[in-house]
Design a protein around this ligand. Structure first.
Ligand SMILES: Cc1cc2nc3c(=O)[nH]c(=O)nc-3n(C[C@H](O)[C@H](O)[C@H](O)COP(=O)(O)O)c2cc1C
Length: 483
């Protein structure tokens, strides 16, 4: 885990508010002026400067401090899995030794192909040491080619993982280029391919990169992330490589899903995700901080169990989950209409953070600033309640309706009341108070309250893991009749 994901220094216990964490990352020279940071040990300071995982530091290993230790998050196994890791030339390549370690500690064997660009950021020797295997670099190497030809290399794994996936390698993959060992292997492989994009936010948002990702996703390439956050280049936004631990967890979940039977085959699951944007005028809107990561992960997890999934999503900066039919909407009214249009469904999971209110009579033209006239008064009106609406959809009501309750206090009590009020079957309650980092983050702690009133707590898990547990619980409901 990076320091900027921590709310407390694991060694000193000092609290690290998000703004200070961000400020310290962006302006390391000003650390001394930030009181909370003076308390933390130099190793963390150094780690943060270098963007290194804190729990990888010898100091913390020696003290057994590991914020993402297996005690907190059950480790899914990668035992016996063979991963061909292609490391391309992004700044995040320096995290790949940690990625190799995370994969190997779950039982995977890892063989590395390193691009010339990748070798600018991480040495072959380091990757060779952590993988305990040859690092392959050169398409034209007589020795490598005779020991392990590129075709053989491309088939020598159970999965090919490109991390970091640069804009360049994504473009070359999308267009079928094979001008170095990495891209030749990617073209020749008959194995599933997953990519973890990592690049500057503008590069990520460029229509060319987005089109390449869409093309790859349509061909069945799995896309892991990217995350939002501060970047080495000083900009902020989507484009950070998903952290090594989360990639390892994703991969373990992915293997489990591949091997798993498809208990939801023949079922239609309708999932909502992301925020809604409620217009004030044609250029301004009211929104919330939902990233859509949890809803998208649930859609992916249900699809992995064989369900046909329709994902109705508000505006998010996430790639479409593979194998899922995505309907993009902006407002709550559009989301409700899209959900109604997608019925009949067996399962409805309402994970979107739908705005409770919209502006009554949004302006058709941009509101003008009036000199001395003061700001315009906005009158709000209630939005349709999508969860209540689908819970009471009569013969069209999905058999299992799962709501989400995002609360900042008295989470479980409010969620129990909400379940009864909305008429849904289950409710997933999560604490979204700022200190939890749930909104926009990769981890979540939830309480699942079922129709019979029983409650389960799933603490501090990757959102992908929450999704996979929820999908399993849903399939248990359909297969074993579990309430
Ligand atoms: C300092 C530096 C950092 C870079 N970081 C990234 C990055 O994070 N993501 C990316 O897509 N490209 C990045 N690039 C550009 C790639 O290295 C460049 O496109 C290269 O051709 C990628 O080659 P490859 O995809 O074959 O490894 C960076 C370049 C430099 C000089």
């Amino acid at each position: 885990m990076l320091l900027d994901n921590l709310s407390r220094c694991p060694a000193s216990g000092a609290s690290i508010p998000p703004r200070m964490r961000m400020a310290a990352r962006l302006h390391p020279s000003r650390f001394g002026n930030i009181p909370d940071f003076t308390a933390r040990p130099p190793c963390i300071l150094a780690a943060e400067c270098a963007d290194l995982p804190v729990n990888n530091l010898p100091h913390h290993r020696a003290e057994g401090i590991s914020p993402l230790s297996t005690a907190q998050s059950p480790v899914q196994s990668l035992a016996g899995r063979r991963v061909l890791l292609i490391v391309a030339g992004g700044i995040a390549a320096f995290k790949t030794p940690d990625l190799v370690r995370r994969l190997r500690e779950r039982g995977a064997s890892v063989r590395v192909v390193l691009t010339d660009g990748g070798a600018q950021f991480v040495t072959p020797l380091t990757l060779q040491a952590v993988s305990e295997d040859t690092v392959y670099r050169d398409l034209w190497s007589l020795t490598d080619e005779s020991a392990m030809g590129h075709i053989q290399l491309s088939r020598s794994a159970d999965v090919v993982l490109v991390a970091p996936a640069t804009a360049n390698i994504l473009a070359r993959m999308a267009h079928g280029l094979a001008d170095d060992l990495a891209t030749t292997v990617l073209l020749a492989t008959d194995k599933p391919v997953l990519v973890a994009p990592a690049m500057n936010v503008r590069m990520y948002e460029h229509p060319a990169t987005q089109a390449n990702l869409a093309l790859l996703a349509a061909r069945g390439v799995g896309i892991i992330g990217p995350d939002d956050g501060a970047m080495a280049c000083g900009e902020y936004g989507p484009g950070r490589m998903v952290e090594p631990l989360s990639i390892a967890e994703y991969l373990a979940g992915w293997f489990a899903a591949q091997a798993a039977p498809k208990p939801l085959a023949g079922r239609h699951a309708l999932v909502t995700s992301g925020p809604t944007h409620e217009p004030i005028d044609p250029v301004r809107y009211i929104a919330n901080r939902s990233s859509g990561k949890q809803g998208h992960a649930i859609a992916a997890a249900l699809a992995a169990l064989g369900a046909r999934v329709t994902l109705v999503s508000g505006p998010v900066r996430l790639p479409d989950p593979p194998g899922v039919n995505v309907v993009a909407v902006e407002t709550a009214a559009q989301m409700l209409a899209a959900c109604r249009a997608a019925l009949p469904a067996d399962i409805f999971v309402a994970a979107a953070a739908v705005a409770d209110w919209r502006v009554d009579g949004a302006a058709g033209q941009k509101l003008k600033k009036r000199e001395g006239g003061g700001p315009p008064a906005l009158t709000l009106t209630e939005n349709p309640d999508i969860l209540a609406n689908l819970s009471a959809a009569g013969p069209d009501r999905p058999e299992l309706v799962v709501g989400f309750a995002a609360e900042t206090n008295d989470v479980v009590a409010y969620a129990r009341a909400k379940r009864l009020r909305k008429g849904c079957d289950w409710i997933v309650a999560n604490d979204v108070s700022p200190a939890t980092g749930t909104f926009g983050g990769d981890r979540n702690s939830v309480h699942v309250i079922r129709a019979d009133g029983t409650e389960e707590a799933w603490e501090n898990l990757a959102k992908t893991e929450v999704a996979s547990r929820l999908a399993t619980a849903i399939s248990d409901h359909f297969v074993n009749g579990k309430k």
